[in-house]
Ligand binder design. Structure first.
Ligand SMILES: NC(=O)c1ccc[n+]([C@@H]2O[C@H](COP(=O)([O-])OP(=O)(O)OC[C@H]3O[C@@H](n4cnc5c(N)ncnc54)[C@H](O)[C@@H]3O)[C@@H](O)[C@H]2O)c1
Ligand SMILES: O=C(O)CC[C@@H](O)C(=O)O
Length: 527
């Protein structure tokens, strides 16, 4: 008999499947502290949560029988994924079930902020009949900027079109074809800031999206803009937003999520008459809660019964013989992906992976997953090696894998090309016995550096004095260079400089480097 613990309020109707299963016993115990969970989790094979329970390493450590953690929703930020993976606990989520609920909540917030409905309600029930203060705006003919065009962002776009809005979308993984299909124009974050009447965000919270909208963007905005966040607290800089509201740039804002939840009583959103809030209710509909509970229950049953499952967000088992051969390459593959994901500009439509040498006679698909995961890291919510290929496919990214038996000077070589509309970027890496991982090719330039730490890639024309200028500029700004490589094909032609540096170079330093003559572009990378 499998024992399942449900530790958050999850729809009973949704988990009926578990109650009905003859080999499963379900306990529902909500609102437990970490200590209380630690005390009982050892009895359970599965744990089902929503977003309240924080599933910590300590809880998993005590969960000696725990095989699966099911999250009835999208975000798994309340589960320590690394700890779960380390302990071989499968974490699954339900990414599709609450898309419509959250999209509709976004619309409810957009209309509420356009017509000041919460403010008008408050006055009316307090006995005031105020028909002058709350003159709103229509959505029709307004420009809606959507940052993040995944499941929820795309549904918001569809509805906005029906309301007669013009939609501009920003998403590094949105191709022109897909944008055209859903009737959305593409624009950068700053384009959107400058043109939009309403902005709504639907990205995950990552290091790239933290404060995606901050002071710099508010300074570009037209007076009277309205801002909505039903995704994750922190995508919009809360303090910069309050300033923009107080300056009259932002006419109104609607937030379902906060940088810290629940917000403190003195949070500046809570007493600002132009900011309306809800307590993370995006997914709170009867339908969504049933959907996510059904999805998660089905998957939990599959995992407990050792049947195939699809929505795992952490690592799956790899056969031991494949693992022993491939494991040494996983880190190299992922780092190649992480570098390419940062240097390739635009929406990715194809990834070509080529294996040579020792790697041609082994099933390399687990390694390909690591590469694809690396490319999409920081861009897609909860991407991992289990769901990387699936997420790439749903974004129309074609993945081509080739094996090459042609001899090269390396005993093993992994070459990856990322193709976008604007460009193709190629990186090759190898594992050198006794030395470790090395990147040996960037585009057509031979190089040799370990994929770790902070890197600077400087594309330039091969002219005397450039290396000195780069070194001096970095030195003057207290950025220490650990190693430096220059790759070029012909004397005087285009060249690339790869520097490993001891700390991240500030943005102003990158801009100063880029403004030097003969320097074409500069990319700062964190590996
Ligand atoms: N308020 C709620 O209750 C609630 C409910 C469900 C989901 N969410 C949140 O909503 C967000 C979107 O969920 P989803 O299901 O649509 O996820 P999704 O993964 O389908 O879509 C996210 C999109 O963001 C894009 N993206 C990533 N980095 C970006 C960047 N730097 N700039 C622009 N776009 C970027 C991705 O390419 C992807 O298309 C997530 O943060 C999720 O946790 C909130
Ligand atoms: O459980 C909830 O209501 C939060 C849902 C939402 O934030 C998610 O990520 O799915």
């Amino acid at each position: 008999m499998y024992k399942v613990l449900v530790s958050d309020p999850i729809s009973d109707m949704g988990i009926q499947l578990l109650y009905d299963a003859e080999d499963v016993e379900v306990d529902k115990k909500t609102g437990l502290s970490e200590d209380e969970l630690v005390a009982i989790i050892g009895d359970y094979d599965a744990l089902l949560v929503r977003s309240q329970t924080r599933v910590t390493e300590r809880i998993m450590g005590a969960g000696t029988k725990l095989k699966v953690i099911g999250r009835a929703g999208v975000g798994v930020d309340n589960i320590d994924l690394e700890a779960a993976t380390g302990r071989g606990i499968v974490v699954i989520n339900a990414p599709d079930g609450n898309t419509i609920a959250t999209c509709e909540h976004t619309f409810a917030m957009m209309m509420s902020v356009a017509r000041s409905i919460p403010q008008a309600y408050k006055k009316t029930v307090s006995g005031e009949w105020d028909r002058k203060t709350f003159v709103g705006v229509e959505l029709r003919n307004k420009v809606l900027g959507i940052l993040g065009m995944g499941r929820i962002g795309s549904e918001v776009a569809k509805r906005a079109k029906v309301f007669g809005m013009e939609v501009i979308g920003y998403d590094p993984f949105l191709t022109e074809e897909r944008a055209e299909k859903i009737g959305v124009k593409l624009g950068s974050v700053n384009d959107i800031a400058a043109k939009a009447d309403f902005i709504t965000v639907h990205t995950p919270l990552t290091s790239e999206t933290r404060h995606l909208i901050g002071k710099a963007q508010f300074d570009l905005m037209r007076k009277g803009i309205r801002i909505i966040n039903c995704a994750r607290g922190g995508i919009i800089d809360e303090l910069a937003l309050v300033d923009a509201v107080n300056q009259g740039i932002v006419a109104g804002a609607a937030f379902d999520v906060f940088e810290v939840e629940p917000p403190q009583a003195d949070h500046p959103f809570l007493n600002n008459p132009n900011i309306i809030v809800t307590p993370h209710l995006g997914a709170s509909t009867i339908e969504a809660q049933e959907n996510v509970a059904i999805d998660v229950s089905e998957e939990v049953l599959h995992i407990l019964r050792d049947q195939p499952f699809k929505n795992a967000v952490n690592m799956p088992p790899v056969p031991a013989n494949v693992l022993s051969k491939l494991q040494p390459y996983f880190n190299l593959g992922e780092k190649i992906g992480v570098i390419l994901g940062q240097i390739a500009q635009g929406a990715v439509h194809e990834i070509v992976v080529s294996y040579a040498g020792d790697l041609i006679d082994v099933d390399t698909s687990p390694l390909t997953r690591h590469i694809v995961k690396g490319i999409f890291t920081n861009r897609l919510e909860s991407i991992n090696i289990v769901n990387a290929m699936h997420l790439a496919k749903t974004r129309d990214v074609n993945i081509v894998v080739q094996k090459s038996s042609t001899s090269s000077s390396f005993t093993n070589l992994v070459t990856v090309t990322v193709k976008t509309k604007q460009e193709e970027k190629t990186l090759a890496g190898t594992l050198l016995a006794g030395i470790g991982e090395r990147i040996v090719l960037i585009d057509q330039y031979p190089v040799d550096f370990p994929p770790a730490g902070h890197l600077l890639l400087v594309s330039h024309n091969d002219k005397p004095g450039i290396i000195g200028r780069v070194g001096t500029l970095l030195g003057n700004n207290d950025v220490n260079i650990a190693t430096m490589q220059v790759g070029r094909k012909v004397i005087g032609g285009s060249a690339i400089m790869v520097l490993t540096i001891d700390k991240e170079a500030p943005k102003e330093v990158l801009s100063a480097l880029e403004s030097q003559s003969e320097i074409v572009n500069v990319r700062g990378l964190k590996i």
